[in-house]
Ligand binder design. Structure first.
Ligand code: SF4
Length: 466
């Protein structure tokens, strides 16, 4: 790693960036415009997020709170739990631990810094992770391997069979950093009694581990409060998802990113609820006035990202969607799969229900919620079996009247690369023009944004979409 990069603490730099930006959000428009002249390095992402008004400001405040929690955790006697975007941090908040979700930090560094997360991605390989490991974890893990992040006290993840690269990255990190590690098993099926019981028992073992690591007994009243907050949050997201079905969609593309970033680091925290409430108000206002969420006000096509998004430097992907008049209908990261959401009507047994009436019910709820998180939910086995990737993609695409479907991932994602071609072929047969992107969602060096954009534009032109 370059000596100059090693001079700066990764989490601290992130915190300074989002904290300063959140203060800027409280200034006048004139002050903000002036500020942008003095921060050319951060101008792109800052302009994009502040351009969303109050929801953007609340998102920045939530992020600042998250980094503040992380940076002061040890001072306050709390333990830091390194985790993944396939795992709900709610249970960690319930034992008063502070989660740090590697994939969200990698995405933020990739979008906010002109140098992206490149040095950290490379350092993780110098330390021993393969270049074909998933870049979503590799960016932030590299910083932590280099000792540039807050030291985690333990690690928790799930998905041994769902994603080998994710599980291996965590197993490697626990070994490299010499930290205790708990790995949940993944559910074979989403809705059969035997699997549910197995999954609850697995969560009980996880709780024993968390109690040992944090020195705190699981406080079920606190778990209840956290889960009720999660329910409130998922209900707001579900409201926005309902409104997103309208034509034109009243949801600005960037909201999808705000939703899942919050979900994977602040689930159950009131700051996330506030940010979601601001988003819902703006979406409702757009809907009532028949306004589309795109800056141009004209929706040309509706696009479902059937996997993850593109976290390119300066947030150019998101700006490009807006510029081209493409409504973003969400991705596997943003959908809650909560009971009552429109797209789950078609796919029996795919939704989870929050029940806080007893300890057992709460454990069942968090286990079921966790089983609906991205990758755990969609990539558990053969892509075309009931309740798997194809099933849910078609259900979402139908419900949201998608004009086309786009796959984007990372070269390390063997789970999806092994089946993406037959998957795309099946979607085409069902009438959805489907495009497979070949970039790395977190690493612009694999394919430059200019090339990615040219290929995207070729797809939209050749298929007569734009
Ligand atoms: S993006 Fe692919 S490789 Fe990365 S965690 Fe998800 S399933 Fe695994």
């Amino acid at each position: 790693m370059r000596a100059e990069v090693k001079e700066y603490n990764f989490d601290w730099m992130m915190n300074r960036g989002v904290a300063a930006a959140s203060l800027a959000a409280d200034g006048t428009v004139k002050e903000r415009d002036l500020l942008l002249r003095y921060v050319p390095y951060f101008k792109g992402p800052l302009e994009a997020i502040l351009g969303e008004g109050e929801p953007g400001a609340e998102f920045l405040k939530m992020m600042a709170k998250f980094f503040d929690n992380l940076l002061t955790a040890h001072q306050k006697g709390k333990k830091i739990a390194a985790t993944t975007f396939c795992f709900s941090p709610a249970i960690l908040y319930a034992v008063d631990a502070v989660p740090v979700t590697f994939e969200i930090l990698t995405a933020l560094a990739s979008m906010m810094w002109k140098r992206g997360a490149f040095d950290y991605l490379d350092f993780a390989c110098e330390a021993g992770l393969t270049e074909t490991s998933c870049s979503s974890q590799r960016g932030a893990i590299g910083a932590y391997f280099a000792g540039l992040g807050e030291e985690p006290d333990f690690m928790v993840c799930d998905t041994p069979g769902v994603c080998d690269t994710n599980a291996n990255a965590f197993a490697f990190a626990s070994n490299y950093l010499n930290k205790p590690f708990f790995q949940l098993n993944y559910p074979q099926r989403l809705n059969d009694g035997r699997t549910s019981q197995y999954h609850i028992d697995d969560f009980k073992a996880l709780i024993t581990f968390l109690e040992e690591q944090t020195g705190n007994k699981m406080d079920y009243d606190r778990l209840k409060r956290v889960l009720l907050e999660v329910e409130k949050q998922d209900t707001i997201i579900a409201d926005m998802e309902d409104m997103q079905m309208a034509v034109p969609s009243p949801v600005p593309p960037l909201y999808n990113m705000f939703i899942y970033a919050g979900r994977f680091i602040c689930s159950g925290l009131p700051e996330y609820t506030t940010a979601l409430e601001k988003m819902r108000t703006a979406v409702r206002r757009n809907l009532e006035n028949g306004i589309c969420g795109l800056k141009s006000g004209v929706e040309k096509k509706r696009l479902f990202m059937c996997y993850i998004d593109h976290y390119t430097v300066d947030m150019t992907f998101w700006k490009w969607l807006d510029y081209k008049g493409l409504s973003h209908l969400g991705s596997i990261l943003s959908k809650t799969f909560m009971e009552g959401t429109g797209y789950t009507k078609d796919i029996d047994g795919s939704a989870y229900k929050m029940d806080t009436s007893s300890e057992e019910a709460m454990l069942n709820s968090i286990a079921q919620l966790n089983a609906r998180l991205p990758m755990v939910r969609s990539i558990r086995g053969p892509y075309d079996q009931p309740n798997m990737w194809l099933d849910e993609t078609l259900a979402v695409a139908r419900a949201y009247k998608a004009d086309c479907i786009i796959y984007n991932g990372t070269p390390g994602c063997r789970n999806t690369w092994g089946m993406v071609k037959p998957f795309a072929r099946d979607l085409e047969k069902m009438g959805y023009p489907t495009f497979i992107m070949y970039d790395d969602a977190f690493d612009d060096r694999v394919e430059s944004w200019e090339n990615t954009r040219a290929r995207l534009e070729e797809f939209f032109t050749v298929r007569g979409l734009l």
